[in-house]
Ligand binder design. Structure first.
Ligand code: ADP
Length: 397
């Protein structure tokens, strides 16, 4: 029987993550990453049938060359895979208020994504380049856009409004949008299933902790609050992003300390978070190693990260009123038993008690409940954004 396969593309400004996913079973037939675009060492690596391979793309190569390579070299080596492709699914970061769910891409959608680019100047233009390159390389295949912001469009106004003159919202769309929606959606559904509950009657707090991170309050299957804002800079301490801070720091840096706005932008997005606090690394594994060795910077980074995360989780009991589970996902959420334990210790007032054995078992692909029987539930659920993108694409064609 023919499978229904979807090519999932996640375009960054200098990289492209790709995968071929069975939209019904979720099986992954191919996955890979093309990176270092526009540089001399632009390259691509991929995994197919358990084999890892890599190749140079040629100096200055970018999205178009990477997609050509995927079609003409990788997929050409396995025609049965190419024949079973039914659609292409694109991850698009910002859908503004226009897109509350995934859509088939046509000229109007391309224009819509362009309009939202003012809200995500780093991310949406890359997705557009990817869409145009995929149209050129794959001609007839239908293409679908899946937005990181869409799941959060259910937030009530009191959760998304910034307390600034509302003219800025009306005229320029300045409000909170949230990101990682595909992941929060997926793990909240999986959590309901794991709890043997109807999604519409399940309230969870989902913590997506990767290089970027966000927490979402999901009530009855709908996002009612989330920690990222108009851009991914707001909220948690992340790998290199500061998360929440007093905005007056920016004026102080510029007016009194001689920084340019570009420098501040770069500092808050690329030099802060775990990296800024530890003065060593943005990688959680390195932070944990440093902490074990008694490194002061890494210890500070870990403590601030966990404390801030716990405060967010606690605050999301407000919109949920009843919490059925806290869910951890993303590279850190799925693997760091240390961070999960520290966060749940901060939340002891709610009754959370970590089961050390279960917490250790839920790593490296392991999943499930990590709290003691008879105490409030926290669990680990590996995310699968590619599967959501593939199944949305199949649903739309
Ligand atoms: P992205 O947001 O880029 O998709 P991931 O979800 O892969 O990122 O998460 C990357 C983060 O996960 C890094 O900080 C990495 O250190 C962390 N991570 C991965 N494995 C482990 C581990 N075993 N223990 C602690 N952190 C881990």
């Amino acid at each position: 029987m023919m499978s229904k396969l979807v090519l999932v593309l996640n375009c960054g400004s200098s990289s492209l993550k790709f995968a071929v996913i069975d939209a019904q079973s979720g099986d992954e037939h191919l996955s890979g990453l093309a990176e270092c675009f526009n540089l001399v060492d632009a390259r691509i690596k991929w995994k197919m049938d358990g084999n890892k391979e890599q190749a140079e793309l040629g100096a200055g190569a970018a999205h178009r060359e990477a997609l050509d390579f995927i079609v003409n070299t990788i997929l050409a080596s396995k025609p049965e895979l190419k024949e079973q492709l039914v659609a292409i699914g694109h991850r698009v970061v910002h859908g503004g208020e226009k897109y509350t769910k995934s859509v088939l891409i046509d000229d109007a959608v391309v224009a819509g994504i362009e309009q939202c680019a003012s809200l995500a100047p780093l991310h949406n233009p890359a997705a557009l380049i990817g869409i145009r390159a995929a149209q050129a390389s794959f001609g007839a295949l239908p293409q679908v856009a899946v937005f990181d912001t869409a799941f959060h469009q259910s937030m009530p106004k009191h959760a998304y409004a910034y307390a600034i003159p509302q003219k800025l919202y009306r005229e320029h769309g300045i409000r909170r949008y949230g990101m990682h929606g595909t992941s929060h959606l997926f793990v909240s559904r999986e959590a309901a299933q794991a709890l043997s509950k109807d999604v519409n009657d399940t309230n969870v707090i989902t913590c997506h902790l990767g290089n970027g991170g966000s927490v979402t309050a999901v009530r009855g299957g709908k996002s009612v609050d989330t920690s990222m804002g108009m851009t991914p800079l707001e909220g948690l301490v992340m790998g290199t992003r500061s998360g929440d801070l007093d905005p007056a720091i920016i004026f102080h840096l510029v007016d009194n300390l001689g920084y340019t706005l570009d420098e501040v932008n770069n500092m808050l997005n690329k030099q802060s978070g775990l990296l800024g606090l530890s003065e060593l690394t943005n990688d959680c594994r390195g932070i944990e190693e440093g902490f074990e060795e008694g490194n002061k910077g890494c210890t500070l980074a870990l403590e601030v990260f966990c404390y801030r995360l716990a405060k967010y989780v606690a605050s999301y009991t407000v919109p949920l009123k009843r919490v059925d589970a806290i869910v951890f996902t993303g590279g850190i959420g799925e693997n760091s038993d240390l961070i999960r334990k520290k966060v749940l210790e901060h939340l002891a007032i709610f009754g959370y008690q970590v089961d050390d054995e279960k917490n250790l078992a839920a790593r490296f692909g392991g999943e499930g409940v990590i709290t003691k029987d008879g105490t409030p539930v926290a669990m680990v659920i590996p995310t699968n954004e590619e599967f959501v993108i593939a199944s949305d694409a199949l649903g739309l064609i």
